[in-house]
Design a binder for this molecule. Sequence first.
Ligand SMILES: NC(=O)c1ccc[n+]([C@@H]2O[C@H](COP(=O)([O-])OP(=O)(O)OC[C@H]3O[C@@H](n4cnc5c(N)ncnc54)[C@H](OP(=O)(O)O)[C@@H]3O)[C@@H](O)[C@H]2O)c1
Length: 276
Amino acid sequence: MNKTWLITGTSSGFGKELAKIVAKQSDTNLIATARKIQDLDYLNEFDSSRIEKSIVDVTDFEGIQKVAKKAKKRFGTVDILVNNAGLGYFSTIEESDMKQVRYMFDVNVFGLANMTNAVLPMMRAQKSGIIVNLSSALGLVTVPTMGFYSATKFAVEGYADTLRQEVADLGIQVMNVEPSGARTDWSGRSSNKVVPQISDYQKFSDSVENVSDSVTAAPGDPKKIAQVIFDQVTKEEIIPEHLPLGDFAYNGGLGSLEKIVKEIKSRKNVSLSTDD
Ligand SMILES: NC(=O)c1ccc[n+]([C@@H]2O[C@H](COP(=O)([O-])OP(=O)(O)OC[C@H]3O[C@@H](n4cnc5c(N)ncnc54)[C@H](OP(=O)(O)O)[C@@H]3O)[C@@H](O)[C@H]2O)c1
């Protein structure tokens, strides 16, 4: 039987590349979502009998409920949910605009959680399902001027680690993908940027001002990333809990985790001294 994928944010970047891969399979159904339906015109070249295009803004709770209902009505269920829609934000912590930060949390964290809640009843009923979250290398390791973006992705990591434990015996798997910088629209139109004005933070100006350029030159190829995600979901029986992609995610992520392990171990006596 055909597996049904639902992917958010398929207008560009990873979401679009993954949607194209899914759309060209003969044994999959696809619910491709975007904020503007015309952004999905690229799917017209594929078999429309297996593709549903839907408008979904992940900050719109009603819209999320509607697309889940539509998926059930048209294809019977959702087997694979890809929570891909997301925004970036470049600013020092102190100079961040909290309204913009809250909106980023609405998209990157609460949108993802609401979308997941909308499909979980279908997955629980059929005792199977795969939830793929586009986290980030910055959900494993942090860098200056990306603190609140990292906070959204660390939130996704903590959320997913818990969800995984709650749904494991229901046949539902949860994979967090942690890509390094890749050549998508993310650091351009999908990110607000605040160039540091406080003189103490001037040393970080370049990393905000040159960000679009630096990601245009980023090593990550969105096509390869989409293909790896598709292969992990379709070819592995047990999919990984974490999928760091690219050198920064692999080596930077491991370096950050090893540093935490080393520091925690170095104060073992203090840590274990507080229980009665
Ligand atoms: N590129 C990287 O370097 C990188 C690295 C690690 C992780 N990521 C993550 O990968 C995911 C995909 O990003 P990308 O790199 O492919 O960037 P992208 O090309 O900018 O794609 C972002 C997608 O998210 C959608 N989106 C934004 N706000 C939305 C909302 N409120 N509701 C629904 N959709 C919304 C955008 O839709 P519109 O076209 O309507 O704006 C677009 O389809 C994000 O979660 C991002 O944080 C990216």
